[in-house]
Ligand binder design. Structure first.
Ligand code: AMP
Length: 306
Protein backbone atom coordinates (compact mmCIF):
# COMPACT_ATOMS: atom_id res chain seq x y z
CA UNK A 1 0.00 0.00 0.00
CA UNK A 2 1.05 3.54 -0.65
CA UNK A 3 2.05 6.18 1.92
CA UNK A 4 0.85 9.74 1.39
CA UNK A 5 3.20 12.31 2.92
CA UNK A 6 2.51 16.01 3.31
CA UNK A 7 5.34 18.19 4.55
CA UNK A 8 7.95 20.75 3.69
CA UNK A 9 10.19 20.60 0.64
CA UNK A 10 13.14 22.74 1.61
CA UNK A 11 16.50 24.18 0.84
CA UNK A 12 18.45 23.86 4.09
CA UNK A 13 21.65 25.49 5.25
CA UNK A 14 23.17 23.26 7.89
CA UNK A 15 26.25 23.51 10.07
CA UNK A 16 27.49 20.57 12.13
CA UNK A 17 30.90 19.89 13.72
CA UNK A 18 31.65 18.04 10.43
CA UNK A 19 31.05 20.89 8.00
CA UNK A 20 28.65 23.46 6.60
CA UNK A 21 26.41 23.05 3.54
CA UNK A 22 24.31 25.74 1.92
CA UNK A 23 20.92 25.37 0.20
CA UNK A 24 20.91 21.59 0.22
CA UNK A 25 17.84 19.44 -0.35
CA UNK A 26 15.80 18.93 2.82
CA UNK A 27 12.34 19.33 4.27
CA UNK A 28 10.23 17.12 6.47
CA UNK A 29 8.21 15.83 3.51
CA UNK A 30 11.28 15.01 1.42
CA UNK A 31 13.00 12.97 4.15
CA UNK A 32 9.81 11.13 5.12
CA UNK A 33 8.72 10.29 1.56
CA UNK A 34 12.23 9.15 0.62
CA UNK A 35 12.48 6.84 3.65
CA UNK A 36 8.98 5.46 2.95
CA UNK A 37 9.90 4.80 -0.69
CA UNK A 38 12.23 1.97 0.36
CA UNK A 39 9.14 -0.08 1.29
CA UNK A 40 6.71 0.65 -1.55
CA UNK A 41 4.90 3.45 -3.36
CA UNK A 42 4.89 6.89 -1.76
CA UNK A 43 3.44 10.25 -2.74
CA UNK A 44 4.39 13.71 -1.55
CA UNK A 45 2.19 16.80 -1.22
CA UNK A 46 4.02 20.10 -0.88
CA UNK A 47 5.11 23.33 -2.49
CA UNK A 48 8.33 24.66 -4.01
CA UNK A 49 9.32 28.07 -5.33
CA UNK A 50 10.52 28.92 -8.83
CA UNK A 51 14.12 28.68 -7.53
CA UNK A 52 13.85 24.97 -6.66
CA UNK A 53 16.37 22.91 -8.67
CA UNK A 54 14.73 20.51 -11.11
CA UNK A 55 17.33 17.85 -10.25
CA UNK A 56 15.80 17.49 -6.77
CA UNK A 57 12.38 16.76 -8.28
CA UNK A 58 14.06 14.25 -10.56
CA UNK A 59 15.61 12.58 -7.52
CA UNK A 60 12.17 12.15 -5.90
CA UNK A 61 10.82 10.70 -9.15
CA UNK A 62 13.80 8.35 -9.38
CA UNK A 63 12.69 6.95 -6.00
CA UNK A 64 9.26 6.32 -7.61
CA UNK A 65 7.70 8.97 -5.39
CA UNK A 66 4.54 10.42 -6.92
CA UNK A 67 5.16 14.17 -7.25
CA UNK A 68 1.96 15.26 -9.00
CA UNK A 69 0.78 17.13 -5.88
CA UNK A 70 3.93 19.23 -5.62
CA UNK A 71 2.89 22.74 -6.58
CA UNK A 72 5.43 25.19 -8.02
CA UNK A 73 4.67 28.78 -7.08
CA UNK A 74 6.32 32.07 -7.98
CA UNK A 75 8.72 33.06 -5.19
CA UNK A 76 11.32 31.36 -3.06
CA UNK A 77 11.25 27.82 -1.69
CA UNK A 78 10.85 27.26 2.09
CA UNK A 79 14.25 27.67 3.73
CA UNK A 80 15.54 26.51 7.09
CA UNK A 81 18.99 27.11 8.49
CA UNK A 82 20.37 25.70 11.66
CA UNK A 83 23.37 24.35 13.46
CA UNK A 84 24.31 21.53 15.82
CA UNK A 85 26.98 21.43 18.47
CA UNK A 86 28.54 18.23 19.84
CA UNK A 87 25.18 17.30 21.38
CA UNK A 88 23.62 16.59 18.04
CA UNK A 89 20.23 15.74 19.56
CA UNK A 90 19.54 19.44 19.74
CA UNK A 91 19.00 21.39 16.50
CA UNK A 92 19.48 25.16 16.90
CA UNK A 93 17.39 27.08 14.37
CA UNK A 94 19.05 30.21 12.99
CA UNK A 95 16.38 31.16 10.51
CA UNK A 96 13.08 29.86 9.13
CA UNK A 97 11.73 31.46 5.95
CA UNK A 98 8.29 30.18 5.11
CA UNK A 99 8.30 31.88 1.66
CA UNK A 100 5.90 30.05 -0.71
CA UNK A 101 4.55 28.01 2.20
CA UNK A 102 2.65 31.14 3.27
CA UNK A 103 0.28 30.91 0.32
CA UNK A 104 0.23 27.14 -0.12
CA UNK A 105 -3.16 25.48 -0.39
CA UNK A 106 -2.63 21.69 -0.51
CA UNK A 107 -4.80 19.82 -2.99
CA UNK A 108 -4.94 16.02 -3.11
CA UNK A 109 -5.77 14.09 -6.27
CA UNK A 110 -8.88 11.89 -6.28
CA UNK A 111 -6.65 8.86 -5.70
CA UNK A 112 -4.68 10.51 -2.88
CA UNK A 113 -7.92 11.31 -1.03
CA UNK A 114 -8.45 7.55 -0.73
CA UNK A 115 -5.00 6.94 0.83
CA UNK A 116 -4.88 4.37 3.61
CA UNK A 117 -1.61 5.44 5.25
CA UNK A 118 -1.05 9.15 5.72
CA UNK A 119 1.82 10.99 7.35
CA UNK A 120 1.39 14.67 8.20
CA UNK A 121 5.05 15.59 8.50
CA UNK A 122 6.18 18.69 10.34
CA UNK A 123 4.28 21.59 8.72
CA UNK A 124 1.93 24.45 9.57
CA UNK A 125 -0.89 22.68 11.50
CA UNK A 126 -3.47 24.72 9.56
CA UNK A 127 -2.18 23.08 6.38
CA UNK A 128 -2.20 19.68 8.11
CA UNK A 129 -5.90 20.31 8.87
CA UNK A 130 -6.60 21.18 5.22
CA UNK A 131 -5.17 17.81 4.23
CA UNK A 132 -7.15 15.98 6.92
CA UNK A 133 -10.35 17.56 5.56
CA UNK A 134 -9.70 16.00 2.14
CA UNK A 135 -9.09 12.43 3.30
CA UNK A 136 -11.84 9.86 2.86
CA UNK A 137 -11.30 6.84 5.11
CA UNK A 138 -7.63 6.37 5.97
CA UNK A 139 -6.61 3.32 7.98
CA UNK A 140 -3.87 5.18 9.85
CA UNK A 141 -2.83 8.81 10.18
CA UNK A 142 0.36 9.86 11.93
CA UNK A 143 1.70 13.35 12.46
CA UNK A 144 4.81 15.22 13.59
CA UNK A 145 5.48 18.80 14.66
CA UNK A 146 8.16 21.01 16.19
CA UNK A 147 8.73 23.95 18.55
CA UNK A 148 8.17 26.53 15.77
CA UNK A 149 4.49 25.46 15.45
CA UNK A 150 4.05 24.69 19.16
CA UNK A 151 4.95 28.32 19.84
CA UNK A 152 2.98 29.91 17.00
CA UNK A 153 -0.06 27.67 16.33
CA UNK A 154 -0.81 25.79 19.54
CA UNK A 155 -4.59 25.61 19.18
CA UNK A 156 -4.51 24.43 15.55
CA UNK A 157 -1.96 21.81 16.59
CA UNK A 158 -4.28 20.50 19.29
CA UNK A 159 -7.02 20.15 16.67
CA UNK A 160 -4.72 18.09 14.43
CA UNK A 161 -3.79 15.84 17.36
CA UNK A 162 -7.47 15.21 18.13
CA UNK A 163 -7.91 13.81 14.61
CA UNK A 164 -4.89 11.51 14.20
CA UNK A 165 -3.99 8.01 15.39
CA UNK A 166 -0.31 8.45 16.20
CA UNK A 167 1.68 11.52 17.25
CA UNK A 168 5.42 11.38 16.64
CA UNK A 169 7.30 14.04 18.55
CA UNK A 170 10.76 14.45 19.98
CA UNK A 171 11.42 14.45 23.71
CA UNK A 172 12.23 18.16 24.12
CA UNK A 173 9.15 19.17 22.14
CA UNK A 174 6.85 16.81 24.06
CA UNK A 175 8.07 18.35 27.33
CA UNK A 176 7.68 21.89 26.01
CA UNK A 177 4.25 21.33 24.48
CA UNK A 178 2.74 19.53 27.49
CA UNK A 179 4.60 21.68 30.03
CA UNK A 180 6.09 18.84 32.03
CA UNK A 181 9.60 17.41 32.40
CA UNK A 182 8.12 13.90 32.63
CA UNK A 183 7.81 12.03 29.31
CA UNK A 184 5.15 9.47 30.39
CA UNK A 185 3.06 12.36 31.70
CA UNK A 186 3.58 14.33 28.47
CA UNK A 187 2.52 11.28 26.45
CA UNK A 188 -0.60 10.78 28.59
CA UNK A 189 -1.54 14.43 28.07
CA UNK A 190 -1.15 14.10 24.30
CA UNK A 191 -3.36 10.99 24.34
CA UNK A 192 -5.94 12.99 26.28
CA UNK A 193 -6.03 15.44 23.37
CA UNK A 194 -7.37 12.60 21.22
CA UNK A 195 -4.47 10.65 19.67
CA UNK A 196 -4.48 6.87 20.17
CA UNK A 197 -0.71 6.54 20.61
CA UNK A 198 2.39 8.66 21.02
CA UNK A 199 5.91 7.87 19.89
CA UNK A 200 8.54 9.99 21.59
CA UNK A 201 11.82 10.15 19.67
CA UNK A 202 14.90 10.59 21.81
CA UNK A 203 17.49 11.14 19.09
CA UNK A 204 20.48 8.88 19.62
CA UNK A 205 18.83 7.43 22.75
CA UNK A 206 16.05 5.51 21.00
CA UNK A 207 12.28 5.95 20.98
CA UNK A 208 9.34 5.28 23.31
CA UNK A 209 5.83 4.14 22.46
CA UNK A 210 2.93 5.01 24.74
CA UNK A 211 -0.71 4.10 24.31
CA UNK A 212 -3.51 2.83 26.54
CA UNK A 213 -1.93 -0.03 28.54
CA UNK A 214 1.09 -0.30 26.22
CA UNK A 215 4.69 0.79 26.64
CA UNK A 216 7.62 -0.11 24.42
CA UNK A 217 11.15 1.21 24.44
CA UNK A 218 13.20 0.96 21.24
CA UNK A 219 16.95 0.73 21.83
CA UNK A 220 19.44 3.31 20.68
CA UNK A 221 21.88 2.41 17.92
CA UNK A 222 25.62 2.76 18.67
CA UNK A 223 26.07 5.29 15.92
CA UNK A 224 29.73 5.56 15.01
CA UNK A 225 29.17 7.57 11.86
CA UNK A 226 27.18 10.73 12.59
CA UNK A 227 27.65 13.76 10.36
CA UNK A 228 24.30 15.55 10.12
CA UNK A 229 21.22 14.72 12.23
CA UNK A 230 18.89 16.85 10.06
CA UNK A 231 15.95 14.75 8.91
CA UNK A 232 16.44 11.97 11.45
CA UNK A 233 12.93 12.43 12.83
CA UNK A 234 11.37 12.54 9.38
CA UNK A 235 13.32 9.50 8.16
CA UNK A 236 12.18 7.69 11.30
CA UNK A 237 8.58 8.53 10.42
CA UNK A 238 9.01 7.53 6.77
CA UNK A 239 10.53 4.17 7.70
CA UNK A 240 7.81 3.60 10.31
CA UNK A 241 4.94 4.43 7.94
CA UNK A 242 6.50 2.72 4.92
CA UNK A 243 6.89 -0.52 6.82
CA UNK A 244 3.32 -0.38 8.21
CA UNK A 245 1.90 0.31 4.75
CA UNK A 246 3.93 -2.51 3.20
CA UNK A 247 2.73 -5.05 5.77
CA UNK A 248 -0.75 -3.50 6.20
CA UNK A 249 -0.73 -4.77 9.78
CA UNK A 250 -1.42 -2.35 12.62
CA UNK A 251 -1.15 -4.86 15.48
CA UNK A 252 0.94 -3.82 18.49
CA UNK A 253 3.55 -6.42 17.57
CA UNK A 254 3.96 -4.97 14.11
CA UNK A 255 3.95 -1.37 15.37
CA UNK A 256 6.93 -2.33 17.55
CA UNK A 257 8.71 -3.66 14.44
CA UNK A 258 7.80 -0.48 12.56
CA UNK A 259 9.39 1.62 15.33
CA UNK A 260 12.62 -0.33 14.91
CA UNK A 261 12.37 0.14 11.15
CA UNK A 262 11.99 3.88 11.72
CA UNK A 263 15.09 3.82 13.91
CA UNK A 264 17.00 1.96 11.18
CA UNK A 265 16.18 4.54 8.51
CA UNK A 266 17.00 7.43 10.87
CA UNK A 267 20.33 5.82 11.76
CA UNK A 268 21.33 5.66 8.10
CA UNK A 269 20.15 9.17 7.34
CA UNK A 270 22.39 10.82 9.95
CA UNK A 271 25.52 9.29 8.43
CA UNK A 272 25.76 12.05 5.83
CA UNK A 273 24.39 15.49 4.93
CA UNK A 274 21.04 16.06 3.22
CA UNK A 275 19.76 12.92 1.43
CA UNK A 276 23.26 11.72 0.55
CA UNK A 277 23.17 8.51 2.57
CA UNK A 278 19.65 7.70 1.34
CA UNK A 279 20.93 7.98 -2.24
CA UNK A 280 23.45 5.21 -1.56
CA UNK A 281 21.27 3.07 0.70
CA UNK A 282 20.63 -0.52 -0.42
CA UNK A 283 17.58 -2.51 0.77
CA UNK A 284 19.85 -5.31 2.04
CA UNK A 285 21.56 -2.84 4.42
CA UNK A 286 18.14 -2.07 5.92
CA UNK A 287 17.40 -5.70 6.79
CA UNK A 288 20.88 -6.28 8.19
CA UNK A 289 20.68 -3.27 10.48
CA UNK A 290 17.13 -4.14 11.55
CA UNK A 291 18.35 -7.52 12.80
CA UNK A 292 21.30 -5.87 14.56
CA UNK A 293 18.88 -3.75 16.61
CA UNK A 294 17.49 -6.90 18.24
CA UNK A 295 20.85 -7.65 19.83
CA UNK A 296 20.93 -4.29 21.59
CA UNK A 297 17.94 -4.95 23.81
CA UNK A 298 17.88 -8.71 24.24
CA UNK A 299 18.44 -10.16 27.68
CA UNK A 300 17.33 -13.23 29.61
CA UNK A 301 14.91 -13.33 32.52
CA UNK A 302 16.40 -13.78 36.02
CA UNK A 303 17.63 -17.25 36.91
CA UNK A 304 18.57 -16.52 40.52
CA UNK A 305 16.35 -15.59 43.44
CA UNK A 306 17.06 -12.14 44.84
P1 AMP B 1 14.08 16.79 11.54
O1 AMP B 1 13.68 15.42 11.08
O2 AMP B 1 13.27 17.22 12.72
O3 AMP B 1 15.56 16.96 11.69
O4 AMP B 1 13.60 17.80 10.38
C1 AMP B 1 14.49 18.52 9.58
C2 AMP B 1 13.77 19.16 8.43
O5 AMP B 1 12.68 19.94 8.90
C3 AMP B 1 14.70 20.12 7.71
O6 AMP B 1 15.10 19.56 6.48
C4 AMP B 1 13.90 21.42 7.55
O7 AMP B 1 13.81 21.86 6.23
C5 AMP B 1 12.51 21.08 8.07
N1 AMP B 1 11.95 22.16 8.90
C6 AMP B 1 12.63 23.03 9.70
N2 AMP B 1 11.77 23.88 10.30
C7 AMP B 1 10.53 23.54 9.88
C8 AMP B 1 9.22 24.04 10.15
N3 AMP B 1 9.02 25.07 11.00
N4 AMP B 1 8.16 23.43 9.55
C9 AMP B 1 8.37 22.38 8.72
N5 AMP B 1 9.56 21.87 8.40
C10 AMP B 1 10.64 22.43 8.99
Amino acid sequence: MSVLVVGTIALDTVQTPFGEKKDILGGSGVYAATAASFFGPAAIVGVVGSDFPQEHLEYLKSRKINTESIQTMAGETFRWSGYYEYDMNQAHTKDTRLNVLLSFDPKLTAEQKKSDYVFLANLDPELQLKVLDQLEEPKLIAMDTMDFWINSKREALKKVISRVDIVLINDAEARQFMETPNLPVAAAKIIKLGAKAVIIKKGEHGALLFSEGVHFSAPSYPQEMLRDPTGAGDSFAGGFMGYLAKTDDRSEKNIRRAIIMGSVLASFNVEDFSLERMRRLQPSEISTRFNEFKKFSEFEILEVKI
